[in-house]
Every structure is written in structure tokens, then in C-alpha cells.
Design a protein around this ligand. Structure first.
Ligand code: SIN
Length: 512
């Protein structure tokens, strides 16, 4: 296969055109960088779809210490306290930085930021833009800023396939575009590739988000952390197709309640009810559905008549199904929404592979622990993008070795979705996780289109099997207890493959 070689001058390469990737590129300017994006900038990344905004302690009644306390409580003992504190203290500065890039945040009559409430926050601290269109507005401003900077070379329509690594150091990246295989020489690469929703049938993410950054890092032997922690959003719009439309937690923050087909408010007995941490609400909805009920969001009284003005995108999604939130109940069910686990990184975003950084959802900084507090992820992406850029700018390029070309077909997650959705949902158990690992192993070991998605699903399944407790978003009815000490779970692809090979074969059912 002929491979076109690019980037002979070894500019840093950023993989991913969402908020994290764009900001790393902007912060590096005027240093020349390459920004690789599979889709045209402003499309394809889950950032564009974000309804919730950025959590930051900006209110007169608020303080980063309170934001930290809420984050640690939601994270259920697994957050890295020092890292969380550092990120959340930097959060107000991140809002100011986006403001300077021209993001038009929602403001009250006197020009003060409007602060929204979302689940498990003890204060109003969510900064939104364009009502429920925060991600779209932030992306609009950042894409414009990137396009205006000549030192940032944007390469669109190119899909990352493999990292080249020698002696645990990055040498470049292979990608595919419509003309064929490309190799970008690079001794410094930042992964900002987003999440894993496309591995599940029910997700609120773009279906192209199939954990490709995790696969790239894992095949480069990077350490990944806390992969078992997958967040399900309790209120995806039932019947809205695939991916599912999200009904933002901000709607519950404005007073909407959850009811079943009998009108019963089944969360009433739970502390904070609809505004309990996301894992708690998702589990309650999941259990109620499993009992045969239907579940609805009731926004008729609150936010009531103000709904369409406050949440225009959600009103439009409901309207497509003939639902008027002011008059009708909104049918909902949980859907995969965010991945707390990711490439293990240090405070500067460095992975265990020299020359490889990760930023945004693909990274595990330790902020989210076992359950991400709503709207902390955009904040994390904005804050950490600066630190990644600063660290990368202070890291000189090093000589690159020639790399042998690799075979790897375009990934197709279709064969893995059933196993992943069934075994790695809101509830997990030994039998389901083992079955998933066994079925994913041969796909992960083969060099076929399903290999990378299967490798990611397999690593999550093995991490979930190993965590024999229930914590945050990882709930195991077969291990319902909570260990006294929370331990981060590190994993590599080699270790996951070995663990899956060691699983006892599935029992053969004897015919009667
Ligand atoms: C939402 O608006 O409910 C989602 C916000 C988030 O996931 O942080």
C-alpha cells in the first residue's frame, strides 16, 4: 500500500476537532500545529451537541470549595481530590477565556451571567449559551477563531487509524482520507477524540464516537484508567431515533419532575429526588422501566409556558414527535451519555507514552471519579486544554524514527453494539460481563473492521468484571456493597486480552 508522508517539519499534531482539540490548537498559537478532524469542523464532534454548559463557581453565594464538595460527592469516593480542586478553581477563568474568544453566554438584564441549576449541584452555577445550545455556540466561536489563525493547519476528512510508537515514544500517526493512507510524522500528539457512545444502541452522542482515541492509545500500550465508569443520562427522549435527543438536566433544574404512566412521582422518596446525582436518577428510571412502567418528564407546571424560550432545541426535538412540553408528558429513558474513564493522564495531560497527551472526554484526569457531576466536562476540557498546550509548548520535538506501514481497516462498531449495550448498561453482573468479554475477544484479536471497537468494549468489560463493588455509575447487583477505599483501576490492552483469554469457557447447557 502506498502511504503519503506528511508533516516533515514535525509540527505537534492534535487529533480531534471538538472543544478540547480546538482550544489546544488556539493556546499553542503562534506555534505551527496540525489539527486533524474526521468531520468538517463544527460537525461530528459531541461538543456541538452539548446542551448543558460549563459548571463554574461564579455566583455571589458560591465558591470553588463548594463546587469541589459537590464534585467529590457525585464522584462517589473516586475523584482525584487535588486534580479536581485545581480544575474547579480554574473554572471561572475558563469562562472568561471563552468570553474573550467571543462566546456569547446567556446573561441577565444587567449583563450578569445567568446561572442554571443541574442535578447534584448545591448552587446555581451552570453557565449556558443560547439556552440549550451551549456546545453549538462555543464551537461557533472557537471554529471561527481557529480558522482565523494561520499557524493552525486544519486537515479535515481524515480519520486516525494507528499511532506509531517506538521505545514507548510517539513517532507519528497513520490516518485515512478519501485518497488513501497518510502518515503524519510527529513526536508530539494530543488525542482529543471524545467518547464512546457509538458503541451503544442508545446514546446521546454522535454515533461516530466509538472510542477511537482509546483504541489508538491502547494499541500504543498506553495505560487507561477507570474504563468501567460509563455515565447514562436518565432523560433521553424515547422515540427520537438513534442517536437519541437529550432532555437536559437543566429542565429538571427548572422544576420538571419524573412520573410514570399512573402519574406517580416515583423518585419522591429519594434524597434530592429528580436532582439526585445522575447515576442515582438513571438507576431509578432503569429499575422503574424494568418493572414494566413507562417513565415521563413532566414539565407542564415548571418550567411550563417558558419551556420553548428557555429550551428551544429540546422543544424542537419534542415537536418532531408531536409532543408539546407545555401540554404533554415527555417520554424518556436512560441512554449512554459520557465516559468518565479514559487515557490515564497526569496534571499536564501527559499519558504513559512519551509524546502523547490526551484532553477532554478521552482523558481520565481524575476529576469525575465514578460519576461525573453535570456540566463539569466542558469545564474540564477548557481548563485542561490550556495546561496541555503549555506542557506541550515546553516539550521540544525529538528525532523521529521511520515507521513501518500498518494494515488496519476502517472501524465498524456494528458487530459489538449488542454485547456492549447488553452487558455494560446501567446494571452489570458477572455472567453478562464474562459473556461480553468472551464474545468480544475474537473480534479484538482479529485485524478486522470490528477490532478497535471490540478492543475498547473488551477493556471496559474486563475493568467492570474486576471491580467487584458498586460505586457511582458502576452498579453490580451481584456486588452491591461499596468498598471502604476507592481505588483507580488501570488497564492496558495486553492485560485485558490476557484476562479475557483466562476466563473460564461459558457453561455448555446439557439438553434434557
Ligand atoms: C445535560 O444538559 O443534562 C447534560 C449536561 C452534561 O452532561 O453535563
Amino acid at each position: 500500500m502506498s502511504v503519503e508522508i506528511r508533516n516533515s517539519e514535525d509540527r505537534p499534531v492534535i487529533v480531534g476537532g471538538g472543544i478540547a482539540g480546538l482550544l489546544v490548537a488556539l493556546h499553542l498559537a503562534p506555534e505551527p500545529v496540525l489539527l486533524l478532524s474526521q468531520a468538517r469542523l463544527g460537525t461530528g464532534a459531541s461538543s456541538v451537541w452539548a446542551q448543558g454548559g460549563l459548571a463554574a463557581a461564579m455566583g455571589d453565594d458560591d465558591d470553588p470549595a463548594l463546587h469541589l464538595a459537590d464534585t467529590l460527592a457525585a464522584g462517589d469516593g473516586l475523584c482525584d481530590r487535588a486534580m479536581a480542586s485545581r480544575i474547579l478553581h480554574a473554572a471561572p477563568g475558563a469562562i472568561a477565556a471563552l468570553d474573550r474568544y467571543g462566546v456569547r453566554f446567556d446573561r441577565g438584564p444587567e449583563g450578569k451571567l445567568r446561572l442554571g441549576l443541574e442535578a447534584a449541584h448545591s448552587r446555581r452555577r451552570i453557565v449556558h449559551a443560547d439556552g440549550d445550545g451551549s456546545g453549538r455556540e462555543i464551537m461557533r466561536a472557537l471554529v471561527a477563531a481557529v480558522r482565523a489563525i494561520p499557524s493552525i493547519t486544519v486537515v479535515e476528512g481524515t480519520a486516525a487509524r494507528r499511532l506509531a510508537v517506538a521505545d514507548n515514544a510517539i513517532q507519528g500517526i497513520w490516518t485515512d482520507d478519501p485518497t488513501g493512507r497518510l502518515f503524519f510524522r510527529a513526536s508530539r500528539i494530543v488525542l482529543a477524540t471524545g467518547g464512546i457512545g457509538g458503541l451503544f444502541f442508545d446514546t446521546t452522542n454522535p454515533t461516530g464516537n466509538i472510542g477511537q482515541g482509546l483504541a489508538l492509545a491502547a494499541r500504543a500500550d498506553a495505560i487507561l484508567a477507570d474504563l468501567e465508569f460509563v455515565q447514562f443520562h436518565p432523560t433521553a427522549l424515547d422515540g427520537s431515533g438513534s442517536p437519541m435527543a437529550l432532555i437536559s438536566e437543566a429542565v429538571r433544574g427548572e422544576g420538571a419532575i419524573l412520573v410514570d404512566e399512573t402519574g406517580q412521582r416515583f423518585l419522591a422518596g429519594i434524597e434530592r429526588a429528580e436532582l439526585a446525582p445522575r447515576d442515582v436518577v438513571a438507576r431509578a428510571v432503569w429499575n422503574h422501566l424494568a418493572l414494566g412502567h413507562r417513565v415521563f418528564l413532566d414539565a407542564r407546571a415548571r418550567p411550563g409556558p417558558d419551556f420553548a424560550r428557555r429550551f428551544p432545541g429540546i422543544a424542537a426535538a419534542c415537536g418532531k414527535l408531536g409532543i408539546d412540553p407545555v401540554r404533554n408528558l415527555i417520554p424518556i429513558r436512560p441512554a449512554q451519555h459520557y465516559h468518565m474513564g479514559g487515557v490515564a493522564v497526569d496534571a499536564s495531560g501527559r499519558s504513559s507514552v512519551s509524546g502523547l497527551w490526551a484532553c477532554g472526554e478521552v482523558a481520565a484526569t481524575g476529576l469525575h471519579g465514578a460519576n461525573r457531576l453535570a456540566s463539569n466536562s466542558l469545564t474540564e476540557a477548557v481548563v485542561c486544554a490550556r495546561w496541555v498546550a503549555e506542557d506541550l509548548a515546553g516539550t521540544p520535538a525529538r528525532p523521529i524514527r521511520p515507521a513501518a506501514a500498518v494494515e488496519c481497516p476502517a472501524p465498524d462498531p456494528t458487530p459489538v453494539r449488542a454485547s456492549v449495550s447488553h452487558a455494560l448498561g446501567v446494571m452489570r453482573d458477572e455472567e453478562g460481563l464474562s459473556a461480553a468479554a468472551r464474545s468480544l475477544l475474537p473480534l479484538a484479536e482479529r485485524n478486522g473492521p470490528a477490532s478497535d471497537p471490540a478492543a475498547v468494549g473488551l477493556m471496559i468489560a474486563i475493568a467492570a468484571l474486576r471491580r467487584r463493588e458498586s460505586r457511582g455509575a458502576h452498579h453490580r447487583p451481584d456486588y452491591p456493597h461499596h468498598e471502604a477505599v476507592a481505588i483507580r483501576s488501570d488497564i492496558t490492552l495486553h492485560a485485558a486480552l490476557a484476562a479475557a483469554r483466562d476466563l473460564t469457557p461459558a457453561p455448555v447447557l446439557e439438553s434434557l
